[in-house]
Design a protein around this ligand. Sequence first.
Ligand SMILES: NC(=O)c1ccc[n+]([C@@H]2O[C@H](COP(=O)([O-])OP(=O)(O)OC[C@H]3O[C@@H](n4cnc5c(N)ncnc54)[C@H](O)[C@@H]3O)[C@@H](O)[C@H]2O)c1
Length: 257
Amino acid sequence: MAVTIDLKGKKAIVFGIANDKSIAWHIAKRLNDAGCRIAAAYQERVEQLFLPLMKELNNPVYAKCDVVSDDLLNSFFTLVKNEFENVDFLIHSIAFAKREHLQGKFMNVDRRGYQVAHEVSAYSLAEISRRTVPMMKNGGSIIAMTYLGSEKVAPGYNIMGVAKAALESSVRYLAYDLGEHQIRVNAISAGPIATMAASGIANFSEMLLNYVAKAPLKRNITADEVADCALFLCSDLSKAITGQVIFVDAGYNVMGI
Ligand SMILES: NC(=O)c1ccc[n+]([C@@H]2O[C@H](COP(=O)([O-])OP(=O)(O)OC[C@H]3O[C@@H](n4cnc5c(N)ncnc54)[C@H](O)[C@@H]3O)[C@@H](O)[C@H]2O)c1
């Protein structure tokens, strides 16, 4: 049976495009190519790399937004409401922790560093879901990006692992909150991919080598493979799947040694 995923007439909000390496960019492009219109929120600091990418999308809507600013959240969501009557998908592909908290010992994280990592990387999922859900009038799919460091120790990942645990738990609670509206909420747990965010992780190149050596598929994964999974989670092929963390990691997570 040939399966074509057609998202014509659908609309997605995407947080997390910084450049052409961003996982969010690969997802936005895949959804766009399936016929979906994109509303992208970007941080001011990435503007120069972000803006040229918008030329590759079909009639996108975009505006600056930072999830720690109520003013910017208000203006971005007002723009989306004015442009899109209805929203079908929300992609949360953002995370942040201070560089000094992504190396050395976890216990050295300070109170502010702990708060910032959680506010940007976990709390923001509830915040942007709450703002999107009133526009999801025909059900929908919300996807967050996570990493195995939430449940196992990945040396150096530190505070981000703790924030990802909060994010994954948020996915489950949101799935329960929103299920009655036929809105599904899932996370994709990706293997390591060289992106701007990954460059802040002290042991990143070691992680890449480790996956090649130990993952059942004996290789690393690509952002396009994550985008494939996101397309599946946006489609009706996944209509009974919610509250899950789905691994796109060449199988690495099943290994005990
Ligand atoms: N690259 C990997 O190896 C990997 C693996 C698993 C999960 N992830 C997750 O994937 C997601 C995307 O990361 P990426 O690897 O594509 O890196 P990336 O640097 O391209 O994307 C991170 C994005 O977060 C945005 N961001 C940071 N702080 C923000 C804020 N306050 N408000 C709004 N946006 C903010 C940045 O602008 C950027 O667009 C993250 O959640 C990351 O933890 C990445």
